[in-house]
Design a protein around this ligand. Structure first.
Ligand SMILES: NC(=O)C1=CN([C@@H]2O[C@H](COP(=O)(O)OP(=O)(O)OC[C@H]3O[C@@H](n4cnc5c(N)ncnc54)[C@H](O)[C@@H]3O)[C@@H](O)[C@H]2O)C=CC1
Ligand SMILES: O=C(CO)COP(=O)(O)O
Length: 336
C-alpha cells in the first residue's frame, strides 16, 4: 500500500481549516498549524474549530499543532492560509522548517502592499523555491459552504502541470472538484481583484442601488481585472473561468463573503472604523485595493472601480460622491 499524502496547513482560520477538511476527506494526513494553544486543544479534543467554523465536525485524519516544525515535518504539500500582508514575515520564520521537496500551496487572495507582489511571488522571493514547486488554489470557494461539503469547483494552478495534477488528486472529493491551470498569474489576479470588486458591489448593495448596478459592476470589474491580467502576461480566458467570473459571482452574491459584507456596511453609512470593528475575519480587499491599484499604475492600466474603492475605503470619499465620479467618466466603447 502506498504511503498517505501528508499536508501541512499553516493557518487555522476559515479557509485553512475548510481546505484542510477537503484534503483530509480526499485521504491526506493533515496537520493544521494554529497560533493559539486553545484553538489547537479545541481542534484536537472536540474535533471542531469553534472560532472560525462553529458547529462543523472535523475529519479524524486532521489534527492541529502550535509547533510549526511539527506541522511542516515530511509534508508533501505545505499549504499557506494566513493574511496576505503577514505572509512574508510568517514564511521567513517557517522557512528553515520546511520539508526539502515540499510543494508550497497558496490559498491567499491578495497582493502585497509596498512590493505589489502576488502571493506566489512573495513565496518565491522568501523561499527561493522554483515556480514549479509553487501552486495556487483559487475559485468560488466560500469556506463555510465547502466545510459543510456543499459542492464547489476550484482551480489548482502551477506552471508545472504535473505538480498541479498531483495537488488536484490530493484535494479531489465528491463535493470539491479542482481543475488544473498553468496560468498562475491570471488565477491569482482573479482571486485578489475579485475581493476589491466584491467591496464595490457590497457598497452598491448597501446603498440600495439595485441589481443593474450589481451586474454592471461585476462585468466592468471583470473587464478591468482582465486588462490588468493581460498587461501582466495572463491568459484573458482565465478570467471567464472559475478563478475570474466564478469567484466574482460567488463573492458578489453571498452574505458569507467578508469583502461583500464589509462593503455593504460602508454603503449603509457605517464609518470605516465601525466597519473594521464588526469585521472579525480577514477581508483582503480592504488592504489589497491599494496594492492592486499600485500594480495597475506600475503597468499603466486603468482600473476605475478599484480606484473608486480606494477613494471610499482609504481617502474618506463618500460613496455618493465616488459613484457620481465613476458614472461621469468619459464615455467609451465597451471593449476598453
Ligand atoms: N474564507 C474564505 O471563504 C476564503 C478565503 N480565502 C483566502 O484565504 C486567506 C485566509 O483567509 P481566511 O482563512 O478566510 O481568514 P481568517 O481570518 O478566517 O483566518 C486567518 C488565519 O490567519 C491567522 N493569522 C492572522 N494574523 C496572523 C499573523 N500575523 N501571523 C500568523 N497568522 C495569522 C489567524 O489566526 C487565522 O488562523 C485569505 O487570503 C483569503 O482571501 C480564499 C478562499 C476562500
Ligand atoms: O474568496 C472567497 C470565496 O471564494 C471568500 O471571499 P471573502 O474573503 O470575501 O469572504
Amino acid at each position: 500500500m502506498s504511503k498517505p499524502v501528508k499536508a501541512a496547513v499553516f493557518g487555522t482560520g476559515s479557509w485553512g481549516t475548510a481546505f484542510g477538511m477537503v484534503l483530509a476527506d480526499a485521504g491526506c494526513e493533515v496537520t493544521l498549524w494554529a497560533r493559539r494553544a486553545e484553538l489547537v486543544d479545541a481542534v484536537n479534543s472536540t474535533r471542531t474549530n469553534p472560532d472560525y467554523l462553529p458547529g462543523i465536525e472535523l475529519p479524524r485524519n486532521l489534527r492541529a499543532t502550535a509547533d510549526p516544525a511539527e506541522a511542516a515535518r515530511d509534508a508533501d504539500f505545505t499549504v499557506l492560509a494566513v493574511p496576505s500582508q503577514t505572509l512574508r514575515g510568517n514564511l521567513a520564520e517557517w522557512l528553515p522548517l520546511l520539508a526539502p521537496d515540499t510543494v508550497l500551496v497558496s490559498l491567499m487572495k491578495g497582493v502585497e502592499l509596498g512590493s505589489a507582489m502576488r502571493m506566489s511571488e512573495v513565496v518565491e522571493d522568501v523561499t527561493k523555491v522554483g515556480a514549479d514547486r509553487i501552486a495556487v488554489v483559487t475559485g468560488p470557494n466560500l469556506a463555510r459552504e465547502v466545510a459543510t461539503r456543499m459542492p464547489a469547483a476550484a482551480v489548482v494552478a502551477c506552471t508545472d502541470e504535473e505538480v498541479a495534477r498531483r495537488l488536484q488528486r490530493a484535494c479531489h472529493t465528491t463535493y470539491f472538484r479542482p481543475y488544473t491551470n498553468t496560468d498562475v498569474v491570471g488565477c491569482e489576479l482573479g482571486g485578489a481583484v475579485k475581493n476589491v470588486i466584491g467591496l464595490a458591489v457590497g457598497i452598491a448593495d448597501g446603498m440600495g442601488l439595485g441589481d443593474n448596478a450589481k451586474g454592471s459592476l461585476i462585468t466592468r470589474g471583470l473587464a478591468e481585472t482582465t486588462r490588468l491580467g493581460m498587461a501582466l502576461g495572463a491568459d484573458p480566458l482565465t478570467f471567464s473561468g472559475l478563478a475570474g467570473l466564478g469567484d466574482l459571482v460567488a463573492t458578489c452574491s453571498s452574505p458569507l463573503s467578508r469583502n461583500h459584507t464589509f462593503g455593504t456596511n460602508l454603503g449603509k453609512g457605517m464609518t470605516l472604523e465601525e466597519t473594521i470593528a464588526v469585521t472579525k475575519q480577514t477581508a483582503e480587499g480592504v488592504k489589497s485595493c491599494e496594492s492592486v491599484l499600485d500594480l495597475a499604475r506600475r503597468h499603466g492600466v486603468e482600473m476605475p472601480i478599484a480606484e473608486t474603492v480606494v477613494g471610499i475605503v482609504h481617502e474618506g470619499k463618500s460613496p455618493v460622491t465616488a459613484l457620481k465620479e465613476l458614472m461621469s467618466r468619459s464615455a467609451k466603447p465597451e471593449r476598453r
